[in-house]
Design a binder for this molecule. Structure first.
Ligand code: CAA
Ligand code: FAD
Length: 381
């Protein structure tokens, strides 16, 4: 086994780190405070760096890199700005990847290529007010009418909602079929008549990432916008989420790394009782625990990414990586605030934002309780 990153991976890390520190860091606190999505900075610049389609082949506008490079990119963005990390993860893993995995050649040319090139932004609409963890409980309907599908219903909590141009939407296309088998996946473009946006969420964290409700009121889309086979939507969503969970695991890892670094440098500088506080074992042990947990999370995340890029089964590993890294992010950010004492609790330092941002990683792309179900049922299979 080789645990060393390749030179390409190292270059990727350096490039994204340079960008994050020079361009994302200066406005991260302000964007969070203003709940402002800065598309030019948080998406268009990612396109210029070749990140918006990083894992896709060049013929579809991608960079042809592997999943580990993608995980490193999301990790590095999130180390400084978790909102930018999730913008990329939702766009690439959830908006674009289902097109790559299940789209026809025509759909790939029409929708995937502009997404990968960063000319359009992607989003994924699965969750509804009554169907969160129970994703099979989807109530949004799709009824075939001539050469169109007519969508009615709504989706809530959609990342990149409102700003994205291309949406993968799950809807019930057969009310008579068994729960999961009556769901299909559709490609819906912004500005389609009957498609509008509802409530914009005001959130605890990732405040500069937009989260919006999608509303479908007799929204007609061409039959050619059915993604994959009719009735296969639930499985398409599940396979999409297997990959998405690597992105969120990497986001959690990046948040934890950023918090750890801030706590470590503070512990070297801050003096109490005439010495730097890292000389107190109570502080140093916290840093040692953080470093160990982050390292363990990183190995799980990269392993899941490696499996995904090697054509191996990876759903269980992605669930383990997401669940573990999310819990690590929550513990590390909470302890990092503690290391900074009262200053950690203020907005003068980024730790309180990181702690707020960490919380969502335990909730979205499947709550950590759902991940225990996914892992547990794989173990019993
Ligand atoms: N790949 C392929 N097929 C899968 C699958 C997978 N990973 N997981 C399940 N399936 C198949 C099953 O094999 C089964 O197929 P058959 O009908 O042929 O037997 C079918 O799907 C139904 O499976 P289950 O009985 O296991 O389904 P369930 O109703 O018990 O639900 C669940 C399973 C894991 C709880 C699922 O509902 C789930 O993942 N819920 C969480 C939803 C979620 O993660 N939402 C995230 C939204 S996106 C987001 O949040 C964005 C963001 O972070 C930015
Ligand atoms: P619920 O399912 O109601 O869960 C409530 C509690 O019950 C949780 O603690 C849960 O773990 C627990 N629970 C539920 N069922 C079980 C069970 N069987 N066993 C044990 N415990 C259980 N969705 C999208 O489709 N696209 C997006 O882009 C997207 N982005 C999001 C961005 C943000 C900021 C947020 C907050 C959410 C986003 N979501 C998105 C939705 C997200 O995936 C859901 O919030 C999540 O899956 C949980 O669903 P829920 O909120 O309805 O909670």
């Amino acid at each position: 086994m080789i645990f060393e990153l390749t030179d390409e991976h190292k270059l990727m890390r350096q490039m994204v780190r340079d960008f994050s520190e020079a361009e994302l860091a200066p406005s991260a606190a302000e964007r969070d405070e203003q709940e402002r999505f800065d598309r030019a900075l948080m998406f268009n610049r990612l396109a210029e760096l070749g990140l918006t389609g990083i894992i896709f082949p060049e013929e579809y506008g991608g960079a042809g890199a592997d999943y580990i490079s993608y995980a490193i990119a999301v990790e590095e963005l999130s180390r400084v700005c978790a909102s930018t990390g999730v913008t990329l993860s939702a766009h690439l893993s959830l908006g674009a990847n289902p097109l790559f995995l299940f789209g026809t050649e025509e759909q790939k040319q029409c929708f995937l290529k502009p997404l990968a090139e960063g000319r359009t932004l992607g989003a994924f609409g699965l969750t509804e007010s009554g169907a969160g963890s129970d994703a099979g409980g989807t109530k949004t309907t799709a009824v075939k009418d001539g050469d169109t599908w007519v969508l009615n219903g709504s989706k809530n909590f959609i990342t990149n909602g409102g700003d994205a141009e291309t949406y993968i939407v799950l809807a019930r296309s057969d009310k008579t079929a068994e729960k999961h088998r009556g769901i299909s996946a559709f490609i819906v473009e912004k500005n389609t008549p009957g498609f509008s946006f509802g409530k914009k969420e005001r959130k605890m964290g990732i405040c500069s990432s937009p989260t919006m409700e999608l509303v479908f009121d007799s929204c007609r889309i061409p039959t050619g916008n059915l993604l994959g086979e009719e009735g296969q939507g639930f499985k398409i969503a599940m396979k999409t989420l297997d990959g998405g969970r690597i992105g969120i695991a990497a986001q959690a890892l990046g948040i934890a790394q950023g918090a750890f670094e801030a706590a470590t440098s503070y512990a070297k500088e801050r003096k109490q009782f005439d010495q730097a506080i890292h000389h107190f074992q109570g502080v140093l042990f916290k840093l040692a625990d953080m470093a160990t947990e982050i390292e363990a999370a990183r190995l799980l995340v990269y392993q899941a990414a490696w499996r995904a890029g090697s054509g191996l089964a990876y759903g269980q590993q992605a669930a383990m990586a997401k669940m573990f890294a999310a819990d690590v992010a929550m513990r590390v950010t909470t302890e990092a605030v503690q290391v900074l004492g009262g200053y950690g609790y203020t907005r003068d330092f980024p730790l309180e934002r990181m702690m707020r941002d960490a919380k969502i990683t335990q909730i979205y792309e499947g709550t950590n309780e759902i991940h225990r179900l996914v892992i547990g049922s794989a173990l019993m299979r």
